[in-house]
Design a protein around this ligand. Structure first.
Ligand code: KIV
Ligand code: ZN
Length: 513
């Protein structure tokens, strides 16, 4: 079977989703999971876009050794220098440089002629080749580019040393057969294109990203650029899990394979959602909560008689294990450490003690502790930014007759403080009281609650998005009590805002693409 290269861009294009801000520790955690998932190439940032991106790329390049690590750069020497400075410690670095090629972009955005674009692209690739022999070049807005000009640009950059060329459908405009024809045309009319890897990169504005990506593969491309859960700018990018599972499930037709460990898909999706705060829609293919749920009686009856009546994939193929009870109230520190190691965490004794204490508290409230619960604890206790505010105590009175009242005890910069306040509901009362006590004036842009796992005693996971003085931060909190989870999320968001105020270099600069 032909092998398809999986180029994951969750940490670069995916991170461009509105609201998907990740701190460097969270990016590294997700990168480790992507390594376990088995991606071939990981695009982990755009170093010239912010100091925070630069540092994340550098940290991942130093730690992830078995995957090619790449970073994005415009064609300027400055961008390429920054990309290389961030990537230079990687075991297998790749520089990914790009320029727009469509007439619309040339005229209205770049104010350049076609000849200037070719010159600039060639110079960028030549320059990138002085650092590494692994260089990718992308023609931004490729699908709206004149096809002969596209071949001219690709031919020139291949001659200059590009080892992968990528044809993005940047605005999600192409139709599957049109994209396939364009890929076929480029393969036929670009000199030496068979010597290098041809890649596809699609956006989902018309809901066609997966179809277009598969069409591109059908026409001969052998690298796909994808993101976990399909997150990305606007309607998102092609979703990794959809492409991988289609290739696997319909290998009878495609005769293509990938190196993905499919049983890591479900967990990677959960982790990406937890870290980015972007909730997966329940009916999302492969990773949505309902993707394998059979509701109709006829279907349930059929599945009970034989799963293949209505199931084209087995849930355990993507890592959904129905009896995956792991550890509980009676588990000791050793079993807990082992479980963390299985999940890919290697904690020092101090961190382990902290997490074990929280685990025991949770195990007292819940019968079963699932991997998702441990991830939530980890995100809350270990990945969090240094605390300025910490919740000590919360008592809420609410109901059909009482005026909702919250009494809150907080640690604020090491000092204990207590206060009470009202609101239109228990969560409003809690947030008002915390805001009053901390003297913060953040605006609540988003609030969402989800059950982390199934069952009546599931933990609630709350995500808030807060804005204060132009800074935006996500806050996350989990607890079996959703009002406590909300308070934790709100305080986590306030801590992140404080962290951004103290570390302005981590505030993403205005993106230029
Ligand atoms: O969509 C796009 O064109 C991109 C390129 C920078 C590869 O993300
Ligand atoms: Zn893109």
């Amino acid at each position: 079977m032909d092998r398809v290269i999986i180029f994951d861009t969750t940490l670069r294009d995916g991170e461009q989703s509105p609201g998907a801000s990740m701190n460097p520790a969270e990016k590294l955690r997700l990168a480790k999971q992507l390594e376990k998932l088995g991606v071939d190439v990981m695009e982990v940032g755009f170093p010239a876009s912010s100091r925070g991106d630069f540092e994340s790329v550098r940290a991942i390049a130093q730690k992830i050794r078995s995957v090619q690590i790449t970073a994005l750069a415009r064609t300027s020497r400055d961008d390429i220098d920054k990309a290389w400075a961030a990537l230079r410690d990687a075991a297998r670095p790749r520089i990914h440089t790009f320029i727009a090629t469509s007439d619309i972009h040339l005229k209205h955005k770049l104010n350049m002629t076609r000849d200037q674009v070719v010159r600039e692209a060639v110079e960028a690739v030549r320059y990138a080749r002085t650092f590494t022999d692994n260089v990718e070049f992308s023609t931004e807005d490729g699908t709206r580019t004149d096809k002969d000009f596209l071949c001219k640009v690709f031919g020139a950059v291949i001659e200059a040393g590009a080892t992968t060329v990528n044809l993005p459908d940047t605005v999600g405009y192409a139709m599957p057969n049109e994209y396939a024809q364009l890929i076929a045309y480029v393969r036929e009319h670009t000199p030496n294109i068979h010597e290098i890897v041809l890649s596809v990169h699609c956006h989902n504005d018309l809901g066609l990203a997966t179809a277009n990506t598969l069409a591109g593969l059908g026409a001969g491309a052998r690298q796909v650029e994808v993101t976990v859960n399909g997150i990305g700018e606007r309607a998102g990018n092609t979703s990794l899990e959809e492409v991988v599972m289609t290739l696997y499930t319909r290998r009878d037709l495609t005769a293509l394979s990938t190196g993905i460990n499919t049983n890591e898909i479900h967990y990677t999706s959960r982790l990406a959602s937890m870290i980015t705060g972007i909730v997966v829609q329940p009916n999302k293919a492969i990773v949505g909560a309902n993707a394998f749920a059979h509701e109709a009686g006829i279907h349930q009856d059929g599945v009970l008689k034989h799963p293949m009546t209505y199931e084209i994939m087995k849930p355990d193929m993507v890592g959904i294990v129905s009896n995956k009870l792991v550890i509980g109230k009676h588990s000791g520190r050793h079993a807990f450490r082992q479980k963390l190691a299985d999940l890919g965490y290697d904690l020092g004794d101090k961190e382990l003690d902290r997490l074990f204490k929280k685990f025991k508290e949770l195990a007292d409230k819940r019968k079963e502790i699932l991997d998702e619960d441990i991830e939530a604890l980890f995100a809350e206790e270990i990945l969090r930014v240094p605390d300025v505010y910490r919740l000590e105590y919360l008592n809420v009175v609410s109901g059909t007759v009482a005026v909702p009242t919250a009494t809150v005890k907080l640690w604020i910069r090491g000092q204990e403080a207590q206060n009470a306040g009202f609101g239109v509901g228990p969560i409003d009362a809690t947030f008002n009281t915390i805001a009053k006590m901390t003297g913060t004036r953040s605006e609540l842009l988003r609030f969402s609650v989800n059950a982390i796992s199934g069952g009546m005693d599931a933990q609630g996971e709350v995500i808030v998005r807060l804005k204060e003085n132009g800074l935006v931060a996500l806050g996350k909190g989990a607890d079996p009590d959703i009002i406590t989870a909300s308070a934790k999320a709100y305080i986590n968001g306030l801590n992140r805002l404080e962290y951004l105020k103290r570390n302005p270099t981590l505030v993403p600069e205005e993106r230029t693409i």
